[in-house]
Design a protein around this ligand. Structure first.
Ligand code: GCU
Length: 340
């Protein structure tokens, strides 16, 4: 469930008692940044952020530390991103769609069936020629720096009523989506009724019947106990969207060159740790959900869903910036096709 606590001692990625992390108390750093996260302390992104804080503390001789707040303690992503923009929260992880409120061109990375493979997606985000201008746009306008894009699984639909095979099966089902217009439109086209909200409210809404289901990767489904209240998980595979690690631009700029360089040099380790951990976390999550009685259905007419959402893709590629992003993705999709 959603335990309302932060990371406590800061480097304790496990049970929250602060005892098993090692000897460094990163909260004793001269400057302690807060990093907001909306999922549990078992999540590889949480663990990777704790590791980053520890490595940063060491690399800067205790000048900087990071305290990671799990379980949406600092607020929903849609709220916290404003705090990061103002600098009252230094860092956060955010799901791609929430970025659309700052620059709608981010939508290209959040469209259904956009990336052919994990490899294609990571190649796109490793290519700063593709992402550079888009990311820089929100530094200038919002004071937010994108430090990294991370693999965040593949999203599928789940609900309490039935396995989903065809779009018609979603008829009348109210499904939670992330807080963005593109996600609402996507679920409507897929055949369901969309309800945007922050992650923390979803379990209760499912339990009380306000929602029939949601769409997410297997890790959220299990870690947030949605499998208990929505037993049918169906592989529509409609989204592979990134999470971003964000930081307030001024706070980054205010570091000494030496400290900033040390910090930025540690970010690739976080990406590696989080992405590798995520793949393992998916397998563990599926096993645990099956144990809890969830039913995974892979007999889904994915082509029918793809056709349904095609208008969203078409209407979203509506300016030259988005067209360029789209074209770059297609190049990497050809290089790294499905199953490659
Ligand atoms: C995923 C994703 C998060 C996102 C969440 C959600 O877990 O990694 O960034 O916030 O889904 O659906 O809200």
């Amino acid at each position: 469930g959603l335990a309302a606590c932060g990371s406590g001692g800061g480097i304790d990625g496990g049970d929250g008692d602060g005892a098993d992390g090692g000897d460094i108390d990163v909260t004793s750093a001269d400057t302690v940044w807060r990093l907001a996260f909306n999922q549990t302390e078992e999540h590889p992104q949480f663990i990777a952020a704790v590791e980053l804080g520890e490595a940063l503390y060491e690399a800067t001789d205790g000048r900087y530390g990071i305290e990671v707040y799990a379980n949406e303690l600092l607020g929903t992503q849609a709220d916290v991103v404003n705090n990061v923009s103002e600098g009252s929260v230094e860092m956060m992880y955010i799901g791609g769609p929430v970025m659309e409120s700052f620059n709608e061109d981010f939508i290209v990375f959040n469209l259904p069936y956009m990336f052919a493979s994990i490899e294609a997606q990571s190649a796109v985000f490793a290519d700063t020629e593709v992402t550079g201008d888009l990311f820089a746009s929100i530094e200038e306008s919002k004071g937010i720096t994108v430090l990294a894009a991370l693999f965040a699984g593949v999203r599928n639909v789940y609900n309490a009523e039935r396995p989903i095979v065809e779009p018609e099966d979603l008829d009348g089902l109210k499904l939670r989506v992330q807080q963005s217009d593109s996600q609402v439109r996507m679920i409507e086209l897929m055949g369901g009724v969309a309800s945007p909200m922050g992650q923390g409210e979803v379990y209760t809404a499912l339990q009380s019947g306000v929602l029939d289901g949601a769409e997410n990767n297997e890790t959220v489904y299990n870690a947030l106990n949605h499998d208990e209240v929505a037993e049918y998980y169906s592989y529509t595979r409609h989204l592979m969207i990134p999470d971003y690690l964000l930081m307030n631009t001024d706070i980054l700029a205010d570091m000494s060159d030496e400290d900033r360089e040390a910090f930025l040099g540690l970010v690739p380790d976080l990406v590696e740790s989080a992405n590798t951990g995520f793949l393992e976390f998916i397998d563990e999550s599926i096993a645990a959900s099956e144990e809890a009685g969830a039913q995974f259905n892979d007999d889904v007419n994915v082509e029918a869903f793809r056709e349904r959402v095609a208008p969203l893709v078409e209407e979203s590629i509506s300016n030259p910036v988005r067209q360029d992003l789209f074209d770059s993705i297609q190049e990497y999709n050809e290089q790294f096709p499905a199953g490659s």
